[in-house]
Design a protein around this ligand. Structure first.
Ligand code: DAH
Length: 358
């Protein structure tokens, strides 16, 4: 018992005089570590008679607690002191220049995709997606483009060895949607498409957006209204004129190409205006039509019951027309100067203030 008392006094005195955290740690290991003096005492409890243990147990355990708490208190005091010293001696120079933090921009294609999704969301369209590696059936056959059909030659298709293709348009998403969802259907499908083609207005990878509406009693008037409303919202002007020109696509019947009116002002084409205006002209912006009965049948829909329209256009092209770039290849060069110039601030919302009908 005397022993315990003496040991306690010595350890507590050592702790009190420890001047550094390292010294405290050394004392802790010497007392409470595996082979420490207090730990060794604790081990002796096991070999004591019950009576002896009743007396010595509380003393030894008390010693362990006193030592542990003295160490913790001393440690906290030394740490607080160390912090005070740092606070008193270290300085933060607020006048130093900061590192130059360069901020990225949103690519015009991403910006325009967001704008399109927002415009069509206002009209009740959901966004649908499909894979970029497609099979022949979704990319061609189900869209009423059978093998050996001449329009296959118009798509300079990238083929894989197994017969799959890099999708040449977003139209296969029409098939994927009609085979997995029940009508009524109202979707847009933006995404990457691929064709073996490259010049100032063609890149091997580019972006399209597809639209599809399937319901009962859908007619050409719905298609025209939808496209007109969309183009007005996208170009943010009311003086848009469009012209539907008879055309041919295998997956629509009848089919129409959609032209938008522009005026040539100072060498630039500015969207808007009407025939008769100074410098007026038409330019093609969309393909469209009523979904071909064969396409509906290929997706298990009865053409007597369901009708619909579809349309498709190039997203990059729309971006060029709205924001005034003239070389499509620059979109995918990753040139920081181009991105800084044509990119959008990350926190800018799409520029459409009121949405469709506002
Ligand atoms: N898939 C056509 C293309 O890439 C564009 C297109 C035309 C899509 C007419 C349509 C449509 O949905 O109805 O050239």
């Amino acid at each position: 018992m005397n022993n315990i008392h003496e040991l306690g006094k010595k350890i507590l005195a050592d702790v009190a005089s420890a001047g550094t955290l390292e010294q405290v740690e050394t004392i802790r290991v010497a007392a409470l570590g595996k082979a420490g003096s207090v730990s060794s005492l604790l081990k002796t409890l096991g070999s004591m008679s019950p009576e002896q243990r009743r007396v010595e147990g509380p003393l030894i355990n008390g010693l362990r607690e006193d030592v542990a708490s003295a160490i913790a208190t001393r440690k906290a005091a030394l740490e607080a002191h160390a912090l005070d010293v740092r606070l008193a001696t270290e300085q933060l120079d607020m006048s130093l220049p900061t590192h130059d933090i360069s901020q990225g921009t949103v690519h015009p294609v991403s910006q325009v995709m967001d704008e399109l999704a927002e415009i069509f969301a206002d009209m009740g369209f959901a966004v649908a997606e499909g894979p970029e590696i497609e099979d022949d059936w979704h990319n061609f056959t189900a869209l009423n483009i059978p093998p050996a059909h001449p329009s296959r030659a118009m798509h300079d298709t990238f083929y894989f060895e197994g017969g799959q293709v890099l999708r040449t348009h977003t139209s296969p998403v029409q098939i994927r949607t009609m085979t997995t969802q029940k009508p009524p259907i109202r979707i847009i499908a933006p995404g990457r498409v691929y064709r073996s083609d490259s010049d100032a207005t063609h890149t091997p990878m580019f972006h399209q957006i597809e639209g599809l509406v399937i319901d009962k009693d859908i007619h050409f008037g719905h298609l025209k209204w939808t496209l007109e409303t969309f183009l007005k919202a996208f170009f943010e002007r009311d003086d848009i004129t469009i012209r539907l020109r008879p055309s041919y696509f295998p997956f629509t019947e009848p089919s129409a190409e959609v032209d938008i009116g522009y005026r040539r002002i100072g060498g630039h084409r500015v969207i808007g205006g009407k025939p008769g205006d100074d410098g007026f002209g038409w330019m093609e912006v969309l393909g469209s039509g009523m979904v071909h009965p064969n396409v509906l049948k290929n997706c298990g829909l009865d053409p007597e019951e369901w009708q619909g329209f579809a349309f498709g256009t190039g997203v990059d092209r729309l971006a060029m027309l709205k924001y005034g770039m003239d070389d499509l290849r620059a979109f995918f060069d990753g040139d920081m100067r181009w991105l800084k110039h044509y990119g959008f601030g990350a926190l800018d919302v799409p520029t459409l203030s009121g949405g469709v009908g506002a």
